[in-house]
Design a protein around this ligand. Structure first.
Ligand SMILES: [Zn+2]
Length: 99
């Protein structure tokens, strides 16, 4: 299947997003997202979630490496400047595991 090929072609440093997977293998965005989340739950992919703060001058990025960490941080303030984190604009990327 193309999805398998697409994921196996990832290098360890590559980050794939639901948008990119959906486009590259011509599936619905929501299906791509579900698939990637399933693969994280199975330990095949790992997740990187980047959330910026709402600081006007410089938005600090906070990185989360699991969905649990990400959900646990909801409502938290930026560690650098104490501004709220903009959870509505989280960017979710997926990386390959060791397969
Ligand atoms: Zn900040």
């Amino acid at each position: 299947m193309n999805i398998r090929k697409e994921l196996l072609s990832l290098r360890p440093s590559d980050i794939i997003t639901s948008y990119r997977l959906a486009r590259n293998v011509s599936i619905e965005y929501s299906l791509a997202q579900d698939l990637l989340v399933d693969l994280v739950n199975e330990g095949i992919l790992s997740v990187v979630i980047v959330v910026g703060c709402v600081n006007d001058e410089y938005s600090h990025s906070q990185f989360f490496y699991s969905f649990d960490d990400y959900y646990a941080a909801n409502g938290r303030m930026c560690k650098e400047c104490e501004q709220p984190l903009d959870f509505n604009k989280a960017k979710i990327g997926f990386r390959r595991g060791n397969y």
